[in-house]
Design a binder for this molecule. Structure first.
Ligand SMILES: Nc1nc2c(ncn2[C@@H]2O[C@H](COP(=O)(O)OP(=O)(O)O)[C@@H](O)[C@H]2O)c(=O)[nH]1
Ligand SMILES: [Mg+2]
Length: 410
């Protein structure tokens, strides 16, 4: 389902524009599925779109650390790519993202380790299954790196050069008089570009990263560049799997889900306006549970993700939990929890969304088959999304404050 057109009017009086209605009707196809199934599939983003990113480069360059950093996994985690170990195996190791297993980061042995020529190396590791290649060096790029890039290019695949461990360079340079971070970074970049030129690769962008400080330097620029270059479906897969600590990612994820929400709402209004056989109008609680669960996972606010974040950052799990405000993070999302949160909404918001909800809630218990109108669904989802995005921002701010403090102490 594509989510490009915007509705003309949003909010209380939901009225989707003809373009959206058309898109929705197209998406509904020949009515073989029920609306609820369609909504569920859409909201829960049954991420089947595979994205496989190959990481390659010499031993010790930070490949495994990069794999772990991107997946938000601590180097000591049971599911981590082991770091600081000399490469001995000749296999590709696949590391699925913990919350989006359709996104796989593959750790390839460095081409130098295998001693194969570039074409054989790519064939041996089945280059076709990879969407793109990231070539990592902790120093200048070598002839092997360049040969590999040229061969990847011949295979019509994309490659990106990453220079890791810039934090180490900066720390070393810091001891000198007249130290300037910008100047040091510019010199590293220039040196890398020059080394590539020497090996026949012209005007290539090089991304400077620290696998231990992924919110700094070019890690997020790399993410943006990959996202820009990927085809539509894979763009979304990469976005959802990207760490929320990258600048701008929370906002982008929020935008992605906003589109989903109005599409969902348009879908409900379309079905309500022109009832199609076999399609139900209501969006029920279980659907909200599915959507909110997805937001929680995308913002890494589920219990397992928060535990992983705690392990990676050294900030305790309890300290992370302490900054959360939404009542939806670090909890299992159930119908009961959603209802409780709705009923506890502050005055004005409650008037907008809870009027309809309270009609359904009798004195004894909560009917779990509660359904909502398009307007209420829209308001509720928007509200839950905002709450969770704010919590994600709180976690991100907490980590960054901690890292800044650690840097100041160096
Ligand atoms: N300071 C710093 N150390 C790094 C960085 N990337 C990797 N390392 C360290 O460098 C060593 C080798 O990294 P590893 O990821 O195992 O490299 P691989 O052999 O290419 O997989 C490990 O001790 C890592 O902790 C980085 O960006 N900054
Ligand atoms: Mg490794």
């Amino acid at each position: 389902m594509s989510v490009s057109p915007r509705p003309a009017v949003m909010g209380e009086n939901l009225k989707a524009d003809p373009e959206v209605i058309q898109a929705v009707q197209n998406a509904m196809g020949n009515n073989t599925e029920t609306a609820e199934e369609k909504l569920r599939e859409y909201l829960e983003f049954k991420s089947k779109v595979p994205l496989n990113i190959a990481i390659t480069g010499g031993s010790g360059n930070g490949k495994s650390s990069f794999v772990n950093a991107f997946r938000g996994v601590d180097d000591d985690d049971d599911h981590a790519s082991p770091t600081g170990v000399k490469e001995t195996t000749m296999e590709v190791k696949e590391y699925p993202h913990p919350n989006y297993p359709n996104v796989i980061i593959s750790d390839l042995p460095g081409i130098g380790t295998t001693k194969f020529p570039a074409s054989k190396y790519l064939k041996l590791f089945g280059f076709n299954k990879f969407d793109l290649f990231i070539i990592i060096s902790a120093d200048r790029f070598t002839e092997n790196d360049a040969k590999l890039a040229k061969e990847i290019d011949k295979m019509k695949k994309k490659f990106y050069f990453v220079r890791s461990k810039v934090d180490v360079d900066l720390q070393n340079e810091q001891r000198k008089k007249n130290f300037s971070e910008q100047k040091t970074l510019a010199e590293i970049r220039e040196d890398c570009v020059k080394s590539l030129k020497q090996h026949g690769i012209e005007s290539q962008q090089v991304f400077l990263v620290s696998n231990h400080h992924i919110h700094l330097y070019d890690f997020s620029l790399l993410q943006e560049t990959l996202q820009r270059d990927l085809p539509d479906h894979r763009k979304d897969a990469l976005l959802l799997a990207s760490p929320s600590i990258f600048p701008g990612i929370i906002e982008k994820k929020k935008k992605f889900f906003r589109y989903q929400i109005w599409f969902l709402t348009a879908l409900s209004s379309v079905v309500a306006a022109a009832p199609l056989p076999g399609l139900s109008v209501g969006v029920d609680l279980s659907l909200l549970v599915g959507a909110v669960t997805h937001y929680v996972f995308a913002f890494a606010l589920d219990i397992s993700s928060l535990r992983r974040t705690a392990a990676r950052t050294g900030i305790s799990y309890d300290e992370l939990i302490a900054v959360l405000k939404s009542q939806l993070a670090a909890k299992e999302i159930t119908k009961e929890l959603i209802t409780k949160v709705i009923l506890q909404l502050p005055g004005a918001t409650k008037v907008i969304v809870a009027e309809e909800v309270s009609k359904f809630i009798p004195l004894v218990g909560i009917p779990m088959s509660m359904t909502f109108s398009a307007a209420t669904t829209y308001n509720l989802l928007k509200l839950f999304l905002d709450m969770l995005a704010e919590d994600a921002q709180r976690i991100s701010d907490r980590i960054i404050t901690d890292k800044c403090r650690a840097r100041d102490m160096l």
